[in-house]
Design a protein around this ligand. Structure first.
Ligand code: ZN
Length: 362
């Protein structure tokens, strides 16, 4: 079972760990500090109190207050949590005054689509990623059609891509891109690398990109994140966009979590209409999407594995209320909980059929 974090003021934790802050930190939310994980002399470590996250722009190390302590002292997250809890009274009370973060206004969907389309066209999909997608049940044609691409981890290649893209587009206001303090165009990059997944609206416009990160199997870091540059200089955050895939003329749709899962399951079910929210909590745009699609019935098929968690239970109730509010008939789907997501379930069914169809050797 995943370990549940307790929350600590990450600034207090960083001070406790002896991290050196930039002498001129301008607000109460974002801090610059010397990164203790690399040979940093220029305050590459960004710490965000509001998000309880740290991130080094130089070496890419990132995490929350608990993993900060754990990584620095080489202890487990559980042990780190215990140490921090034991010292909590030594911390100053976490009175946080949130100041406005200067975020660039987000650009129109047409602009975002044009940039992301060209961006993805410049990128490649590496063999390991293609293989992983094939294992999920996608054909070469589908992988091509969905425009999945690997994050450009090679610095030289990345610079090339950024330059080509910037020669054609203004990238300010496009989530994922920002201008660093030296005035250079940059893109968000995660140390693990991963696959970009286009999140499309019902007309096929790319609204934003999600990343399926190659986090190690034993890590409890999030696998899926938005390609976003919120809190980066001249950056822009992503919104909880909803992904639509399959037959948009259909009157029935299946509601699931995660664009990639929707793509896979739609393919495995011969092009059925799927609506994918980015998370069970991220349903802001759901009612308007349901109205736009003009569907009459929704099959709610959120992941089975998390349904027993109290916070997910709560979110499921909110989801049901939102669905009922649309006036569209909605049916909750359950399946064998041995399969985490609907895609796993469908893939197992498809493979079962294939193996039955295979001639048995005498
Ligand atoms: Zn670093």
């Amino acid at each position: 079972m995943a370990f549940e974090y307790e929350h600590f003021d990450i600034i207090e934790v960083a001070k406790y760990c002896g991290i050196q802050f930039h002498p001129k930190n301008s607000n109460d939310v974002e801090f610059k500090a010397l990164c203790p994980f690399c040979n940093d002399r220029k305050y590459h470590l960004g710490i965000n109190r509001q998000k309880e996250r740290f991130n080094c722009f130089k070496c890419g190390e990132s995490g929350n207050s608990v993993t900060l302590y754990a990584k620095l002292y080489g202890v487990s997250n559980k042990e780190a949590c215990e140490v921090l809890r034991g010292n909590k009274e030594n911390f100053e009370p976490a009175v946080v005054q949130y100041s406005e973060v200067d975020e660039m206004p987000i650009r129109s969907i047409e602009d975002r689509h044009n940039v992301y389309y060209d961006f993805l066209s410049l990128l490649k999909l590496n063999t390991a990623h293609r293989h992983a997608l094939e294992m999920r049940g996608l054909s070469f044609r589908h992988i091509h059609q969905f425009m999945y691409r690997s994050m450009p981890m090679d610095r030289v290649f990345r610079r090339e891509v950024l330059e080509k893209l910037a020669s054609k587009h203004d990238l300010i206001g496009i989530p994922g891109f920002y201008i660093d303090k030296y005035g250079d165009l940059q893109m968000y990059i995660n140390k693990y690398g991963g696959i970009f997944i286009p999140v499309c609206n019902h007309e096929g416009y790319i609204q934003g990109l999600q990343m399926r990160l190659d986090v190690p199997a034993d890590s409890d870091e999030k696998k899926f994140r938005w390609f976003s540059s919120k809190h980066y200089p001249s950056g822009t955050g992503a919104k909880p966009w909803i992904h639509i895939v399959g037959d948009t003329n259909a009157k029935e749709a299946c509601l699931t979590e995660g664009a990639m899962k929707a793509d896979v399951t739609s393919v495995l079910s011969n092009g059925q209409l799927f609506i994918a929210v980015p998370g069970v909590n991220a349903i802001t745009y759901l009612p308007e999407i349901i109205n736009e699609l003009g569907i009459t019935r929704i099959y709610e098929a959120m992941d089975m594995d998390k349904r027993s968690k109290p916070e997910v239970k709560k979110a499921m109730i909110a989801l049901r209320t939102a669905l009922n509010g649309t006036g569209v008939e909605n049916i909750s789907c359950t399946w064998n909980p041995a399969y985490k997501g609907l895609d796993d379930y469908f893939l197992a069914k498809v493979l079962e059929k294939q193996s039955q169809a295979m001639p048995v050797a005498a």
